[in-house]
Design a protein around this ligand. Structure first.
Ligand SMILES: [Zn+2]
Length: 249
């Protein structure tokens, strides 16, 4: 998804970035659309001939709605404080919250695994930074394993992908405001934090990006295809939006 322009405005108490995205060519009427993601980033979609001042006017026209949405996001954020890296603090993994069971032992090898409904950690020195680093590497390892397996499990559902000669490349990295992206070279990038979400959310994001390999934009063709391969996408998309704050930290 190409980002044509980023504007920064200060109208809502803090600077907000507006991503200006091209409209899908099949859109009947060129219009400006405004959406707010789970992190409060306002995305404005507008045809390229629309000027910045017209976008700003459109955003200001919807000021009440924007402020309401930002307040909702702010309230939701207050419910999810920053993660704590200490014994019994809870962390998400595949849609469930698990407490950390930390054992400090300077003579043992550092280890982390999911056992008996707890994230069992053996650590040489029990410091929050060390726990955070170990947890991060565990999430990363689990993300690589899970996302690759699921990606390849969707081969039959996605006949438009040339799985034999040009399978999609999978990149995994931590992102702050999006779950996945797809480049026109066939590279699918997934957010490492997605491993904290349920398997159906992970599957939805992977199939969403696989659909982008043939339908680059969010036009009617894209949603038709997505509905074929993942009929329940609206429910899962809104679930992911609600949980976003808790998972993207
Ligand atoms: Zn998309």
């Amino acid at each position: 998804m190409a980002i044509a322009k980023k504007l920064c405005l200060d109208n809502y108490g803090k600077p907000i970035c507006f991503e200006r995205l091209p409209l899908h060519p099949s859109a009947k009427k060129p219009k400006i659309s405004i959406a707010i993601n789970a992190l409060g980033l306002i995305k404005v979609r507008a045809p390229s001939h629309i000027q910045d001042h017209q976008i700003i006017a459109a955003v200001n026209k919807h000021q009440n709605w924007i402020v309401q949405q930002l307040k909702k996001i702010h309230d939701r954020k207050a419910c999810y404080p920053l993660p704590v890296y200490e014994h019994e603090a809870k962390h998400f993994f595949l849609g469930q919250l698990y407490p950390l069971n930390i054992q400090e032992n300077p003579n043992k090898k550092q280890q982390i695994s999911l056992q008996s409904c707890q994230i069992q950690i053996t650590i040489r020195v029990n410091r929050p930074e060390s726990i955070a680093a170990l947890l991060n590497s565990w999430y990363r390892f689990a993300a690589i394993k899970n996302f690759s397996a699921r990606l390849y499990a969707f081969q039959k559902k996605t006949p438009w992908v040339n799985w034999l000669e040009k399978p999609p490349q999978l990149h995994i990295r931590k992102m702050k405001s999006r779950w996945g992206s797809c480049s026109n070279r066939g590279v699918i990038t997934l957010n490492q934090h997605l491993i904290k979400a349920s398997q159906e959310c992970i599957d939805y994001v992977i199939l969403h990006e696989l659909c982008h390999l043939t339908e680059a934009n969010h036009g009617p063709g894209f949603y038709k295809l997505l509905s074929q391969v993942f009929p329940d996408w609206k429910r899962v998309q809104s679930l992911l939006k609600q949980q976003g704050f808790a998972l993207l930290i």
